[in-house]
Design a protein around this ligand. Structure first.
Ligand code: HEC
Ligand code: HEC
Ligand code: HEC
Ligand code: HEC
Ligand code: HEC
Ligand code: HEC
Length: 349
């Protein structure tokens, strides 16, 4: 027992201790991000932005500053090559914004969907990306796409929330106000790799948090939208638990049914939990989307435009999102809850 406590203490330290390394759950040392004179050794710190910016930042935009540390290390949220992305941690990767085409639907090769539709576009000239090319403001709300960046969601001056996400209050130097609290979750270590037994544990408040910018997006549009922040109910939870892929739709087991590619929200989830949902598990934005970007349109956890998952990446030549069931027959992961791989099969055979 004592050993277990020591191990747990060590694990806790490993998880919390790393983030302490710089942000310290409060504002890190100011000159990690700010410069008072834009001068060091007699030369500008950032030659690319000689006139500086409103916040005395060391780089051209807030996102550039964050990416100076976070692009390929400390979580690696903007990998070096969209075809060889860093391992997944939960958020998804911004490197896909660089893709010229992510359309793997029919005739996708000749009808490109550009990378800026891979998810949240951020203004980061150092990486060759800027605001979304089409959408002017957050669908369902009015957050301006031109101002979207790391510090639109994460507090640059640190806070105790999951991943330093903003809670209720003013953000980005007064640009906008969040009305919904930070979501509750536990995350894997930043050097971890997402798997069915090592994944973000989504616990509470996710749909409401996305709603800070997207309004009541998946509820306010009448019948044209999928429910979000709604309990699965016994029938769908049972379907999720039995579903073990297109090849084995009824062979699963509740104890091992958790699929990191199709998460649900529940207060009992842990980073290592492998259990599928009960009827009170909740379908939420993160069931279908990732928070940053993916190599599918709309930051989809899987590509919503392909019939068989192995078709992903083929038409477009973009990165193929791994099929969690690794089968050439595997169909859309909507089936994890709805089991319509082949026909209107009953939920329980
Ligand atoms: C991790 C990077 C980072 C660190 C460390 C940091 N800042 Fe900032 N700071 C920013 C960013 C980015 C902005 C621009 C506003 C925004 O995007 O939220 C900013 C804006 C500001 C502003 C003006 C606008 C506002 O939000 O009030 C002040 C003042 C400020 N920082 C002071 C500090 C001080 C003092 C420290 C050290 C105690 C510090 N910052 C540490 C990133 C950082
Ligand atoms: C000087 C380097 C540096 C800069 C600049 C920097 N970070 Fe970090 N950040 C770190 C380190 C180091 C960690 C801890 C990661 C590790 O385990 O190595 C971290 C951790 C984080 C985490 C995870 C925290 C957790 O609780 O899991 C987030 C989110 C984050 N940073 C966001 C940002 C944002 C947003 C900015 C820009 C406003 C930023 N960082 C700027 C170095 C930096
Ligand atoms: C700080 C405001 C903000 C928050 C918080 C936010 N979004 Fe967004 N979102 C935007 C803006 C602005 C756009 C349009 C510009 C773009 O696509 O980059 C957008 C676009 C999107 C898109 C379409 C992407 C595309 O290129 O077609 C999806 C999907 C999305 N958001 C999902 C989410 C989810 C899920 C969450 C919660 C994890 C979330 N958003 C939280 C501001 C936000
Ligand atoms: C639209 C909101 C949003 C924006 C913009 C955003 N993040 Fe995140 N970020 C999140 C959320 C939500 C999570 C947790 C995702 C999860 O675990 O499912 C996260 C997770 C992370 C993590 C943990 C590792 C991971 O991949 O899960 C790091 C580090 C991070 N963000 C840094 C950044 C940096 C740096 C930027 C800018 C380049 C950025 N974020 C922009 C919302 C955002
Ligand atoms: C059941 C899966 C699912 C859930 C849950 C879900 N979405 Fe979506 N979302 C999609 C799909 C699929 C699309 C692609 C467009 C479509 O089919 O309407 C999409 C598109 C979007 C877009 C882009 C719209 C545009 O105009 O380009 C945004 C923004 C978005 N979702 C935000 C959210 C937010 C916020 C939540 C949670 C409140 C959420 N989604 C929950 C599946 C989902
Ligand atoms: C985590 C489980 C889950 C996933 C994954 C999921 N759904 Fe659903 N879906 C639900 C729940 C719960 C309902 C509400 C059922 C009810 O009220 O009887 C629902 C309802 C629906 C409905 C009926 C619309 C309505 O308003 O009742 C459709 C159509 C649908 N989903 C399609 C999809 C599609 C397409 C996808 C993939 C993009 C998907 N679902 C992914 C859980 C899920």
């Amino acid at each position: 027992m004592r050993n277990l406590i020591l191990i747990l203490a060590a694990v806790c330290f490993a998880l919390v201790g790393n983030a302490m390394a710089f942000h310290d759950h409060g504002a890190a040392h100011c000159n990690g991000c700010h410069t008072m004179h834009n001068s060091e050794g007699g030369a500008p710190i950032d030659p690319d932005s000689p006139t500086g910016n409103d916040w005395l930042l060391k780089d051209a935009t807030p996102s550039d500053v964050c990416l100076s540390c976070h692009a390929t290390r400390s979580g690696a949220v903007f990998g070096a090559d969209p075809l060889v992305p860093p391992s997944e941690k939960g958020g998804g990767n911004f490197v896909y914004l660089l893709e010229d085409n992510i359309n793997d639907g029919h005739a996708g090769a000749t009808n490109p969907i550009p990378g800026y539709q891979a998810g949240h576009s951020i203004d980061a000239p150092s990486k060759g990306v800027g605001p979304d090319g089409i959408i002017g403001q957050a669908p369902g709300g009015n957050f301006p796409a031109s101002s979207l960046g790391c510090s639109s969601c994460h507090d640059p001056h640190g806070n105790p929330n999951f991943r330093m996400l903003y809670g209720v209050g003013s953000i980005q130097d007064g640009l906008y106000t969040f009305t919904q609290p930070a979501p509750i979750a536990e995350g894997l270590g930043l050097s971890g790799i997402e798997s069915n037994s090592n994944h973000t544990a989504y616990q509470d408040g996710w749909s409401a948090w996305c709603g800070n910018c997207h309004g009541d997006f998946h509820n306010a549009n009448g019948n044209l939208v999928h429910p979000s922040n709604e309990a699965l109910g016994g029938t769908i939870a049972n379907a999720y638990n039995l579903y073990n892929g297109t090849d084995d739709p009824y062979g699963g087991d509740q104890l091992t049914a958790y699929l990191a590619s199709v998460p649900f929200e529940d207060l009992t989830n842990t980073v290592g939990s492998t259990a599928g949902p009960t009827g009170s598990g909740i379908v939420m934005c993160m069931t279908c989307h990732r928070a940053h970007a993916t190599s599918a349109p709309n930051a989809g956890r899987w590509d919503f435009n392909v019939t068989l998952l192995h078709e992903d990446g083929v038409e477009s030549g973009s990165y193929q999102i791994p099929d969690p069931y690794a089968s050439l027959n595997q169909r859309s992961l909507c089936n994890k809850c709805h089991v319509k791989d082949y026909n209107d099969a009953p939920y329980v055979p």
